[in-house]
Write a protein that binds this ligand. Structure first.
Ligand code: MOS
Length: 776
């Protein structure tokens, strides 16, 4: 009964057809990670693993008040400690140029993470703000000395209690991240007259980033040139922000992140650890490494805001929605921070004549919160998808049927078409594979010994972003290909996916393609975020590969000895390492033969301009295209989650025992890594559903559980087999039909768990996490 449906299906075809010859599509296959062996054997290096002669080690000292000023500093004991090289505070640190004020209206101001001018001010903006860096010959010496640094403060009143700050919340300005409030018809009026209604309050707690690799930086100055290894999912932003802070040209800064041990948005901005490592290296003239402790990550890197949300639904007795209200309050920091546009997906989910979505944010003196996997939808979907389940119960209607009845043909708010959307197909496939028809709607109707068994569903929804990206593709006379781009490998198999795309575009085997990434010396890549990296890079890869093929054909067509002599590009195809006339796959010539005979060692295709003006033009074109697309379509990845839980009737402990997610994510590039990515989202969602919660002392604003000992994330034994299916139909509006699937997996998960728990127990939990005390 707990077997995942996927495990009953025939095994995927092995990766050795097509991909090994360049004859058939590599895209879509479950190709093994091209870097798998290097990763699992420890051969790849992470940001804190780069050796350097005379490497010094840094560690942070954190403020212990929520708001105020430093009145006295005593670094004497720390400076005298064994192995200490320097103790930097606002009294002696070299000055950095402060970040521009953080604004939700300007994405680039979110790059610094906060507006604090670290070690350039005596002001404290949150409990945990870094106020000193200790640099020593060893990590242990730095950490021991850090405990000897003493600060005295004058405190000023601080807002640290989210619950108490609700009334001070202000509407969010419309921005790229938060689309702003919206209304259609008279949502509240329709609620008053609807035959069946639910009107509920849901809450979700603050959550923190817990990537396997805590944030780490290694920085080396050589005069005014700077090399930084950084656990970043945003290399270009990091380089530009460092250039601004340290007053050196970006061209003199090289930021590298060959591999990143997990990044879920927490490594998308430039946080104190990175800045202060670079500052420490400049101040000491040494190469400095700073691998943050887990506690320092919690204190200096934003996480997910808590939310209080209201969802009100009205429907006719047949289940047809007449109104949908989704409003509420999240948090932001006085020193900046993004927010969670938790109500934004509710504009696009269900057909309804009346709709009201709104969002306010309260400003607190806490570490500014930041992007965390599906910011907005991850927690907004908990509220709206729980409410849909509550409405189904009120109506006495199956929750899948209720969703299908209200599936919109066009965007409910603006009337735009969806670029593609087949939630009906996803639910139908999921219901069949999960055995949904066997569900008895009655709560507490299914038991397994002392366990109450429940089944729940919820919809996943996420709108992937796109970013500008440029690449270089070099085809060499031995038939091998090198793709270079400063994109990021945060653990998802990004270079494997791009290898497959290159292989198909040029008609070469995957094994002929080498990918180099994670280095700002390469052409500028996108942020690894917003579920946008793969599609953003793919668009550039396709263009560059077209260039390469054109250049190769140019060599052949002017060569009377070539079977491609005088052939036109549009009549030529690529495959099995060759160009050939359309319809004659055994004709034509191999790339190697063409290049070798022409005496050309390699042909390069690349996108993007080399001049500053050219780059600005490219950015402008990109933005124009993005805005045009937004006016034309709603582009979203969607999915249907099916969840089974067993709740211990004695202890109230909830175990997730079966999961099936069916997704509509456009074209899937790699069947193996895509499933893995979607599973990862579901696992993170199960953590949010059952255990994750950052505990902030409301009196002091201090995070009280800054580490994995007390902040509970799922371990392997907590996770059942997770079945993943996808519809695998290309989106007609994107290059290759890709949408992006990094974040959609987590959305809807907490609601599916809570809905299953209600089915198991009859208890409706509207406050996450769903800990046993809430069920007893
Ligand atoms: Mo994601 S929150 O854009 O890494």
């Amino acid at each position: 009964m707990t077997q995942a449906p996927e495990t009953r299906r025939p095994r995927q075809r092995p990766a050795d057809d097509g991909t090994q010859t360049g004859a058939g599509p590599a895209v879509g296959r479950p190709v093994d990670r091209v870097d798998g062996a290097a990763k699992t054997s420890g051969a790849v290096r992470y940001a804190a693993e780069h050796p350097h002669p005379r490497l010094a080690h840094g560690t942070l000292v954190h403020a212990t008040i929520a708001r105020g000023r430093i009145t006295a500093v005593d670094t004497g004991a720390a400076e005298a400690a064994d192995g200490v090289i320097a103790v930097l505070t606002h009294l002696n640190a070299p000055r950095m140029t402060p970040p521009r004020p953080v604004s939700m209206l300007d994405l680039s101001t979110l790059v610094p993470g906060t507006s604090v001018n670290y070690l350039g001010t005596d002001e404290v903006a949150w409990n945990g703000q870094p106020v000193a860096v200790v640099i020593a010959e060893t990590l242990e010496a730095a950490q021991a000395a850090a405990r000897l640094v003493e600060f005295r403060y004058r405190e000023t009143p601080a807002v640290t209690d989210f619950a108490a700050a609700q009334d001070s919340a202000e509407p969010l300005p419309k921005s790229f991240i938060a689309p702003g409030d919206a209304r259609k018809g008279d949502a509240e009026g329709a609620l008053a007259t609807a035959p069946v209604t639910v009107d509920r309050r849901y809450t979700t707690p603050a959550q923190n980033h817990n990537a396997i690799e805590p944030h780490a930086t290694t920085a080396v100055w050589d005069g005014d040139r700077l090399t930084v290894h950084d656990s970043s999912q945003s290399l270009d932003w990091t380089r530009r922000h460092l250039a601004r802070c340290f007053g050196v040209p970006p061209s003199g800064i090289r930021v590298l992140a060959e591999h990143v041990g997990g990044g879920f948005g927490g490594k998308g901005s430039v946080w104190a650890g990175t800045l202060l490592t670079v500052l420490a290296a400049r101040a000491t003239g040494r190469a400095v490494r700073m691998a943050l402790t887990r506690e320092s990550v919690y204190r200096t890197v934003g996480g997910r805001t808590p939310t209080v949300q209201r969802v009100a639904l009205g429907a006719g007795r047949d289940g047809t929605l007449t109104t949908l209200v989704h409003t509420g309050v999240s948090r932001t920091g006085r020193a900046g921070g993004t927010t969670e546009p938790f109500s934004s997906q509710s504009r696009h989910l269900y057909a309804t004549p009346n709709l009201l979505v709104g969002h306010k944010a309260a400003t607190l003196d806490v570490v500014p919160n930041t992007f965390m996997r599906a910011p907005g939808e991850a927690v907004g979907s908990f509220a709206v998808e729980s409410a849909m389940d509550e409405l189904a119960v009120e109506l006495g209607m199956d929750p899948v049927e209720l969703r299908m009845r209200n599936e919109p043909d066009r965007d409910p708010l603006g009337g735009k078409p969806f670029s593609r959307r087949d939630l009906r197909g996803a639910y139908a496939l999921g219901a069949e594979r999960f055995g949904w028809a066997r569900r008895d709607a009655e709560p507490r109707s299914m038991r397994d010994g002392r366990f109450l068994v429940g089944w729940g569903v919820a919809t996943a929804f996420h709108m992937p972003a796109r970013f500008p990206a440029d690449v270089s593709v070099r085809l060499r006379s031995d038939g091998s290909v090198l793709l270079r781009c400063a994109f990021h490998e945060v653990g998802v198999g990004a270079s494997t996916a791009q290898s497959q795309i290159v292989a198909d575009a040029l008609g070469v085997p995957v094994s002929a393609v080498t990918v180099e990434h994670g280095d700002t010396d390469f052409r500028t890549g996108p942020m690894a975020g917003g579920s946008g990296q793969t599609a953003s890079v793919a668009a550039a890869v396709l263009a560059a590969c077209e260039d390469v093929k054109r250049s190769v054909l140019r060599l052949a067509r002017r060569d009377a000895a070539s079977p491609l002599h005088r052939h036109r590009f549009r009549d030529v195809r690529a495959g099995r390492g060759r160009l050939f006339p359309a319809g004659a796959p055994d004709g034509g010539e191999t790339y190697a033969a063409i290049l070798t005979r022409a005496g050309v060692p390699e042909v390069e295709g690349r996108t993007g301009a080399d001049s500053r003006a050219g780059r600005a033009l490219g950015q402008a074109r990109f933005m124009t295209g993005m805005l045009r697309d937004r006016r034309r379509w709603v582009r979203a990845a969607t999915g249907a989650h099916f969840c089974e839980v067993r709740v211990d009737s004695d202890t109230g402990e909830t175990r997730v025992t079966r999961w099936l997610g069916v997704f509509d994510v456009g074209r899937v590039i790699n069947a193996k890594t895509a499933r893995s990515q979607l599973r990862g989202g579901i696992i993170m969602g199960i953590g949010a559903a059952l255990s994750e919660e950052t505990l902030v002392d409301p009196r002091t604003g201090r995070v009280m559980n800054p580490g994995l000992g007390e902040y509970q994330i799922p371990v392997h034994a907590d996770i059942p087999p997770i079945g993943i299916e996808y519809l695998d139909e290309p989106d007609p509006t994107t290059p290759l039909g890709l949408l992006g699937l990094g974040e959609v997996g987590i959305t809807g998960v907490a609601a599916a768990v809570a809905n299953a728990v209600h089915h198991a127990t009859g208890v409706r939990v509207r406050d996450l996490p769903l800990t046993p005390d809430r069920l007893l």
